[in-house]
Design a protein around this ligand. Structure first.
Ligand SMILES: [Zn+2]
Length: 300
């Protein structure tokens, strides 16, 4: 069994992932320089609108590039994993028993990835729009000179800002003191604005891209194990183990309790539970676990 473990150390090659991260770093820089540099002091509605349109076009281009990055990457990951699984299945005497449309499995995954990417990238535009809206509001509402030069981080939450300003007035704080206070407050609480927001969670774009890449390559691998096993009439898979040796392993990885467990793909085994999405890696972002084809004869 240990022999089968090594073959799944497959991850996107560092150089390839770097390409993807660079695409997101570039758009982040673009937004920082062209959108998030606008302050209530220098906000001009016409100019802001033009910049927003330009940002929209950039984000659209990014989406196409990212989708183009994923297609061959997922396809080759799946194909490579499939070859390895088939070699292993043949070693234990399995033979192809039915046809499986691997291309369809790959295409379905790519469609899901496209949706994820479109949604994530669109959130960057939503953030940019939200930011400009706040700047506009700030320019209108806070005519106070103290606020004119503050950047978006300080005006994101109007109520908080109002309270801080009121306190500052009561305490007779200087403009610099107010600025410092607001900066500290917002930085501590919200970080920066140039992020991707998905399902209520915020991510740094390049980190998000890397996480999606890892997760999806891992998923392609699991799909290949399941697809090839079906093709070879091999119903059992074993959940990999890499934390087991560590005494604290249950605290290290949420899927640690699944390690070394055997599952039935079809659910027709009376001995092993059915494999569901909850036992199919990736179980969590950056999950390093995988499934291996398995058969009782491997036990001996
Ligand atoms: Zn895991």
């Amino acid at each position: 069994m240990a022999r089968g473990r090594r073959i799944f150390k497959l991850m996107p090659r560092a150089g390839k992932t770097a390409q993807l991260k660079a695409m997101y770093a570039k758009i982040t820089r673009y937004l920082t320089n062209n959108i998030y540099s606008i302050t209530p002091g220098n906000y001009n509605p016409k100019e802001a609108k033009l910049r927003l349109l330009a940002a929209e076009a950039k984000i659209r281009t990014l989406t196409h590039k990212v989708i183009d990055w994923f297609a061959p990457t997922i396809e080759s990951t799946y194909r490579l994993a499939k070859i390895k699984v088939i070699r292993k299945l043949e070693r234990i005497g399995k033979k192809p028993s039915r046809s499986v449309n691997h291309q369809k499995i790959i295409d379905n995954q790519l469609r899901r990835i496209d949706r994820t990417i479109v949604k994530a990238n669109r959130s960057m535009l939503t953030q940019a729009k939200g930011y400009l809206k706040l700047i506009r509001t700030a320019q209108r509402e806070f005519k106070d000179a103290k606020l004119q030069e503050l950047s978006f981080n300080e005006i994101r939450y109007k109520e908080d800002v109002r309270n801080i300003i009121q306190d500052a007035q009561l305490l007779n704080q200087t403009r610099q003191e107010v600025q410092r206070e607001l900066k500290g407050y917002f930085k501590g609480r919200f970080g920066t604005f140039d992020y991707i927001e998905i399902n209520g969670r915020s991510y740094k774009p390049s980190y998000y891209a890397e996480m999606v890449a890892r997760t999806e390559l891992r998923r392609a691998q699991s799909e290949a194990v399941i697809g090839a096993s079906k093709e070879y009439g091999s119903d059992l898979v074993k959940f990999s183990s890499h934390f087991h040796a560590r005494p604290d392993y249950e605290a290290v990885d949420p899927c640690a309790p699944l390690e070394e467990q055997v599952f039935s793909i079809s659910g027709k085994s009376d001995k092993y539970p059915q494999l569901t999405e909850y036992e199919t890696p990736p179980i969590h972002p950056n999950c390093m676990h995988h499934l291996d084809p398995w058969d009782e004869i491997l036990e001996n």
